[in-house]
Design a protein around this ligand. Sequence first.
Ligand code: NAD
Length: 336
Amino acid sequence: MIRVGINGYGTIGRRVAEAVMKQNDMKLVGVVKNTPDYKARLAVAKNIPLYCVDDSGVSKFRKAGFDVSGVLDDLLKEVDVIVDCTPGDVGKTYRERYFGAGVRAVFQGGEEADVAETSFVAQCNYERAVGRRSVRVVSCNTTGLCRVLNAFDTAFGLERARVVIARRAVDPEETSKGLIDAVVLDPVEIPSHHAEDVNTVLPHIDIVTMALKVPTTHMHLHSLILSLRQKPTREDMLKALSETTRVKLFWRSEGFKGTANLYEYGRELGRPRGDIYEACVIGDSVTVKDNEVFLYLGVHQEAIVVPENIDAIRALMGEASAEQSIKATNQSLGIV
Ligand code: NAD
């Protein structure tokens, strides 16, 4: 059993913790939680041991009536891998502490790429992470893009990718940050950081990305224009996508006209929190003109990186091939 700890029990940490609990080859030793709130209470109800960042946190939690198993350094003594799910740029402040304890570390996409030895999307570059001390699971947008771009590159040769990303403004819970009543260029500069991030996983791809924030909380929507080396038919392209793991096709004839239907689909599916782990391609949008292909891609930002975190843990421990790990993760999370 791979012994796993999670530092940071927020949007991503909560999901990764529960995904770890579903793996036959992993044991969740505990999670580090900052605030003694209802989420901590729910973690206790799920029999998840709680740890605090430091002794002051322990006093705070005990005063609020929580049973605490220790501090982060105690957790690090008990685990093989720590999954850092703290907010962006906080993970790097813990890096030396993890390594000092002899623990392997998975970081998230809010960190700079140099926080870890390699950036990671399981179906693109699993092998590069095998046996390493640290890995960075790239952001939600980069994960969705890499899955689709890699599928086209492998099947037809990808000459160029141009992508406009409409980003959800905030996660549903982030009331302190808004919603917004505007379309905000985020960033104004072109390319946005997503292109560089894709290149940390697929370095050979010629890609330019542009990104803007829109007033929604539940999904990102990408508009892709890709130039291919070969001239496949539309059917060839749909076949390539349908045969790619963790990419799912959705159809207008079945009522999928945008992110609201995808969001509703996730909730009806009955997965925890309505999560959609797959990159969601609207099949009807796949359009071919000469060697160019156009399509829309939806990304459930809170969920898409969850399977990647599970595979990243296995890759660091070097105990499974990409195929074995992806299969085990998919089965445990209900990804068909
Ligand atoms: P979040 O704010 O929801 O959760 C972060 C958690 O860490 C919170 O529980 C917070 O209390 C805790 N925390 C804060 N400071 C801490 C510290 N110093 N030590 C320990 N815990 C601390 O953030 P999130 O959305 O889960 O993001 C986590 C990482 O995942 C970021 O790198 C982010 O960029 C990345 N990510 C987020 C999303 C998303 O849509 N939310 C998608 C993909 C990747």
